[in-house]
Design a protein around this ligand. Structure first.
Ligand code: NAI
Ligand code: F6P
Length: 383
């Protein structure tokens, strides 16, 4: 059985590749990082270490790599012949990988082979569907019809904290013990592969929103406020009672939105929140605030982890989401110069001011009460 995974980075090696290899797949990583691909091909295995007191090590074997920059034809052929295809490249890279996917899937459906599923494992709502849209936009109408019939793009939620790595051995990756991979079965085609570690559900909405608006919202709040208060890592930020109070406050707000919409019990959801706060405090993980805060333009987007739950809070709870508004204000202050999106955000703010910049990146209009709430919180943060 052959798996093709786009993105041999932290989550690609530390989570998705590991699960697929454990399930008996030969895993081919497609990436653009030449040195990483060379090393994967040389060693054909790598180590995953659990970030807890056990420091348990697992060898992930039966893996290889293809550099899609230099060996595009090989990447296309791997897609054509795969039994399952996954991605973890970052939301903004999905349009870029859709070219190789479109060519490989076109060759596949023309040859009339068995159906296949493509699962985007990115932190976003509707990731696989978005990837499908990019792929279909690259082929003619007849191929689009065949691909739609023979290729499933089931949306997924993936949860495991894998920080940037500082291992001496480049391929080695340290990961938190916890993981969850949930896939929307209703969007799949053909036989559903039995893969230990994947949970198939009839509808993904409750799971992706619970995950994105708890794990990712909470992490983003800790990162933007942590950065604002001068901390380097999530752990350092979460060692401050004041930061924990702000993160917990934001998660209580998103919790109200989640339990108002979906069938999660409030008490059970509160336990989920506390478990996640503990994961952020894992002393065996050193996670830079700048990794978790990366891409503030994306993270301030209309459907992303901060603005969407804050907007829903007005609609479903009918109150002002003060903690989320503070986190959005902190995101607007995020000026890390090595992050191109932070640079672009600060340029926008310098040119047009906070209010206009917020509206531009979030799609909120001047009538939205959230804009005023954020500006109010901005003043408190700026002292
Ligand atoms: N690190 C984490 O804890 C988690 C990350 N995710 C999601 O997984 C995705 C990847 O995140 P990370 O693994 O942390 O990032 P990463 O930066 O470690 O890995 C991304 C990989 O994609 C590769 N890449 C870039 N452009 C490419 C292209 N055109 N074709 C093929 N590969 C390309 C990069 O070279 C890199 O190896 C993101 O969407 C993230 O939100 C989801 C859950 C957890
Ligand atoms: O990958 P993104 O969406 O930029 O954000 C970083 C996120 O990745 C994670 O490490 C895993 O989901 C989160 O903890 C964090 O919110």
């Amino acid at each position: 059985m052959k798996a093709v995974h786009f993105g041999a980075g932290n989550i690609g090696r530390g989570f998705i590749g590991m699960i697929l290899s454990r399930a008996g797949y030969e895993v081919t990583f497609i990436d653009v990082d030449a040195a990483l691909i060379d090393e994967l091909n040389e060693k054909q295995a790598y180590t995953v270490i659990l970030a807890d007191e056990s420091e348990q090590e697992e060898t992930v074997s039966n893996v290889k790599g293809i550099n899609s920059m230099t060996d595009k034809a090989e990447a296309v052929a791997a897609v054509r012949d795969a039994d399952i295809i996954t991605t973890a490249v970052g939301a903004s890279i999905l349009p870029i990988i859709s070219g190789v996917l479109a060519e490989g899937l076109s060759a596949r459906v023309e040859a009339g082979t068995v159906p296949v599923n493509v699962i985007a494992c990115e932190n976003m709502i509707g990731g696989s569907q978005a990837l499908k849209d990019h792929v279909l936009a690259k082929v003619d109408a007849s191929l689009a019809k065949k691909i739609s019939a023979q290729v499933g793009f089931p949306n997924a939620a993936v949860d495991r904290i894998v920080p940037n790595q500082t291992q001496a051995e480049r391929l080695t990756v340290s990961v938190e013990p916890y993981f969850e991979w949930v896939v929307d079965q209703s969007m799949m085609v053909g036989d559903v592969p039995e893969i230990k570690g994947i949970t198939y559900v009839p509808s993904l909405d409750p799971f992706i929103e619970r995950k994105l608006f708890t794990v990712n919202t909470g992490h983003a709040v800790a990162a933007y406020l942590g950065y604002h208060f001068g901390y380097d890592t999530i752990k350092e930020a979460m060692d401050q009672e004041a930061v924990v109070t702000l993160v917990r406050g934001a998660l209580k707000e998103t919790g109200k939105v989640i339990t108002a919409q979906y069938d999660f019990e409030e008490a059970e959801h509160n336990q989920y929140i506390e478990k996640i706060l503990n994961r952020f405090m894992n002393p065996y993980i050193s996670d830079e605030v700048t990794r978790v805060a990366r891409g503030p333009l994306r993270k301030l987007g209309k459907n992303d982890r901060l603005v969407r739950p804050a907007t829903l809070y007005y609609q479903l709870v009918n109150e002002e989401p003060t903690y989320l508004a503070k986190a959005i204000a902190a995101a607007l202050l995020y000026d890390y110069t090595k992050d191109p999106e932070a640079e672009e955000l600060q340029d926008k703010i310098n040119q047009h001011g906070y209010e206009q910049a917020l509206q531009d990146v979030s799609g909120l209009t001047s009538e939205s009460p959230l804009v005023e709430a954020v500006l109010k919180q901005l003043k408190t943060l700026q002292g």
